[in-house]
Write a protein that binds this ligand. Structure first.
Ligand SMILES: Cc1cc2nc3c(=O)[nH]c(=O)nc-3n(C[C@H](O)[C@H](O)[C@H](O)COP(=O)(O)OP(=O)(O)OC[C@H]3O[C@@H](n4cnc5c(N)ncnc54)[C@H](O)[C@@H]3O)c2cc1C
Length: 371
């Protein structure tokens, strides 16, 4: 019997499952294949920003407080100072990756997506792939197989306009969260992101330029976190991570499309990786339903523009600690600047509007700070 599917999605992480759900929603027949078994874990800061929650809701995945811990804004912390800003009339949700995967899988199943777990898959030629040793025919192929995408390499779409790698790890501590904000702690060699994910669990992800650092080395850079977590038991196995800023030259070619981290990514510091996955899934499904993948490439570029701009700004603060310290000083003195910039970050306000209203004052503040 000839095995076939209209759309073959390789990778069943957040991008692959959300693509499957969106494609089924447009009436396409979809098979999602993943080498691992659910629920699939991954090193992540585990913060779903307001835009990610809204996109999930459009996909029919309604995350509630029972799935994690709501958070209401962002706090920047360094050794000398801290500054915080709240979202305008919105909230995010800290959610364990395992829980998010479960919710996406349930929705995909309910929509009628065929899910093949623990399954090896290798594209073979136009319209053909080997799935656990059997040939499967497809019309469209979607590469949702993460940072080191096999599909991207196979389809010859690996060329980048920009690539920058940072390294890190994630830990969960079995303790009550100490804040209803996500904290970003800044140090010379990187950041620590602290996200409340359950009433008795806090996720801490460390990311920096140096590879292979031990957790204890990381904690030395963040004494305020080290003090809080001293003696607190870990609630999960520690996991390593690569955080890539990657812009590809193309994300579709000849009936093959890339989505999620396979299609390029923003640095973890933005907290926008998963929102991008969900937004891309929606526009990919529209483009496939119309039969025109070129529209996907354009929409993909549009979705990435703001996160990449914000990522550049934040990575400048990572590269130049003096700039980070001055920025935090300005944010602490003028909280409205931070609040408005956070509104830009989550897409509630335009960057141009912020620059026109606040750009000069913000730059003057940076020049004056540190005195
Ligand atoms: C340290 C860190 C912190 C982060 N924090 C946040 C955050 O707080 N908020 C946020 O929104 N984003 C965050 N991100 C980004 C987010 O984790 C990613 O954007 C997201 O995981 C991308 O999902 P994906 O489905 O594209 O890839 P993945 O989650 O990597 O999934 C890819 C899937 O493909 C499968 N696969 C790979 N190869 C094959 C193969 N050959 N055959 C079959 N299956 C295959 C894998 O098993 C996996 O399940 C963070 C990233 C890092 C590194």
């Amino acid at each position: 019997m000839r095995l076939s599917t209209e759309v073959l999605v390789l990778g069943g992480g957040p991008a692959g499952l959300s693509a499957g759900i969106a494609l089924r929603g447009r009436g396409l027949e979809v098979t999602v294949v993943d080498a691992l078994a659910p629920a699939i874990d991954k090193a992540c800061g585990e913060g779903l920003m307001p835009g990610a929650l809204a996109a999930l809701e459009r996909l029919g995945v309604r995350m509630t407080a029972a799935d994690g811990m709501p958070f209401y804004g962002i706090r920047f912390v360094d050794e000398q100072r801290q500054a915080e800003a709240r979202f305008l009339g919105a909230h995010g949700l800290g959610v364990r990756r395992l829980r998010l995967h479960e919710r996406l899988r349930e929705r995909a199943e309910a929509c009628g997506v065929t899910l093949l777990w623990n399954t090896r898959c290798q594209p073979m030629g136009p319209g053909r792939a080997m799935v656990d040793g059997e040939e499967l025919h497809y019309r469209w192929l979607v590469g949702a197989d993460g940072q080191s995408s096999t599909v991207r390499a196979w389809a010859g779409m690996g060329a980048c306009r920009m690539e920058k790698l940072r390294y890190g790890m994630r830990r969960h501590y079995r303790m009550a969260p100490w804040s209803e904000l996500v904290e970003v702690h800044w140090a010379e060699r990187g950041q620590a992101y602290v996200t409340p994910v359950a009433e008795d669990c806090v996720c801490v992800a460390f990311v920096g330029r140096a590879a292979h650092r031990e957790a204890e080395e990381w904690l030395e850079d963040f004494p305020a976190i080290a003090e809080r977590v001293e003696g607190v038991p870990l609630a999960s196995a520690q996991r390593g991570a690569v955080s890539a800023t990657r812009v590809l030259r193309e994300v579709e070619r000849g009936g093959v499309a890339l989505v999620g981290d396979a299609s390029g990514s923003v640095d973890a510091v933005t907290g926008e990786g998963m929102a991008s996955c969900f937004l891309q899934a929606e526009v990919l499904a529209d483009a496939m339903a119309e039969g025109h993948l070129e529209a996907y490439a354009k929409a993909h570029q549009r979705i990435g523009r703001l996160p990449h701009r914000m990522s550049l700004l934040l990575l400048l603060m990572d590269r130049f600690p003096g700039l980070e310290q001055r920025a935090l000083e300005v944010f602490a003195e003028r909280p409205e600047y931070f609040r408005e910039l956070l509104a830009v970050h989550v897409g509630a306000r335009g960057l141009e509007e912020f620059l026109a209203r606040r750009g000069l004052g913000f730059c003057m503040g940076l020049l004056r700070a540190g005195g």
